[in-house]
Design a protein around this ligand. Sequence first.
Ligand SMILES: [Zn+2]
Length: 252
Amino acid sequence: MKCEEARELLEALHDDELVPQTRAAVLEHSQVCLDCARALKELEALRSAIAKAERFEAPPELRARVLRAVKDRSTGVASWRWRTTSALAASYAAVAILGGSLAYEVTSTHLQRDFAVQEAVAAHVRSLLDERAFGVTSNDQHTVRPWFAGKLDFSPAVANLEPEGFPLLGARVDYVANRYLAALEYGRRNHKITVFVAPSAGERFAAPRPASRNGYNILEWTSGDLNYRAVSDLNDQELQEFATLMQQKTEK
Ligand SMILES: [Zn+2]
């Protein structure tokens, strides 16, 4: 079973609406696929938050506004299952705005992260299309790191991974998900990896978190006070290797 198919069925699985054979296939997939396992967990968290929340009837106008906002964030995802969750999240978000509760955080944090990941992928793709996107072209971390001074209010750690087969290509300042951050470009054969670096500001990733979006692999981790988000069309195994090396070399 493929991820797309499994994602479509997660809600039905959760609602116990699947025939045994399909149910087994989805369960089997989510046991081997980290992404889908996480999606299922998030769905369960969202659903149980909704179940626990006090139900208010949101005024129709507020409900419509939240629903529109959620839809805007999820363009491109066209399954009715997803729309059901969006609608549910929307009515829930509306409820939570009125009621105020922890569960709203679940929805809101999820949407924010989703938005940030989508923006990071878009920024990576833009950089692939435009070679001039480099602010500094250098394979020397001692040139790249000071280049950021005065351009950002934090100093990104820049690791030399050339010996491990991930040469530094250059860097730039990018504007992603409404904030300025450092974008480091690394290479691997004919692939490019963009690593976006920003102060963690309360959002920390306990362990590297893998995800994929539009055919790109994404890996997020926290090292020191900084959050890293790597985006690449490189396979997830090598991207994981890259992230581990980067983590080791920037932790000191
Ligand atoms: Zn999957």
